[in-house]
Design a protein around this ligand. Structure first.
Ligand code: AMP
Length: 216
């Protein structure tokens, strides 16, 4: 049995065409089914639905042989024990620092002020600001980062940006582009040794189906 860990939503939807290229069709719709283990048209391949931030953990500990997860999630997890053979170029977005339009972020940086930054992505944020030499107090949140500056709890946030609409709707503006983000295929290293042929087949089919956008 080969088990693939996916999260609902964008990752699931954008992985379907890659699975199709590998001859795999998921037989139930995660939006309507309450099942967490979804069968496929291949009796020896199944999909498990987990929280996005749990995908690397399932693959690391062998709850799944493979998984699809964002680069952001992988960096925060640390990537230990995971083979990362492919950038799938799906779920594309970028990580950014954003601040209220009336906060002079560049001035605060120039003056060496301590900046309070709210984020779910503390590893990425810590690394970015350390490299820039900016003093920050990081406030760990698990969602709705945009709210932190609006309530006066933080000066800025580090979050994923796709269209920029969420920032705009909350009077925030991007002040730093940290890194481009896309989803990666991750593989359990022991599973790759024990089930080399079927896993290789999936990796090769995915590699052949990946569409690299012109901007990448
Ligand atoms: P947008 O308004 O299109 O810029 O989307 C920003 C919101 O969507 C933020 O709350 C992000 O956390 C979330 N988001 C955008 N892209 C992704 C992605 N690829 N994976 C997970 N969350 C995302």
């Amino acid at each position: 049995m080969i088990t693939l860990a996916l999260s609902k939503g964008r990752i699931f939807d954008e992985t379907l065409p890659l699975l199709k290229a590998a001859g795999i069709e998921v037989l139930e719709d995660p939006e309507t089914s309450r099942k967490l283990i979804l069968p496929t048209n291949q009796p020896d391949v199944r999909v498990v639905l987990v929280r996005a931030s749990d995908v690397p953990t399932y693959v690391e500990y062998g709850g799944a042989d493979l998984g699809v997860t964002g680069k952001d999630v992988l960096i925060e997890h640390g990537g230990a024990g995971l083979y990362q053979p492919l950038d799938l170029h799906i779920a594309q977005c970028h990580m950014a620092v954003a601040a209220p339009t009336d906060f002079d972020y560049q001035k605060a940086v120039r003056q060496g002020s301590r900046i309070r930054v709210a984020t779910k992505y503390t590893t990425i944020a810590r690394g970015f600001f350390a490299e820039k030499g900016v003093h920050v107090d990081l406030i760990k949140l698990y969602g709705s980062m945009e709210l932190a500056p609006l309530t006066g709890m933080a000066d800025a946030i580090v979050d994923l940006v796709s269209t920029g609409k969420t920032l705009k709707a909350n009077n925030l503006a991007e002040v730093e582009h940290i890194m481009d983000i896309s989803a990666r295929l991750v593989v359990n290293q022991a599973a790759l040794k024990l089930k080399t042929a079927p896993i290789r087949r999936i990796i090769d089919a995915f590699a052949g189906a990946v569409q690299v956008p012109e901007s990448a």
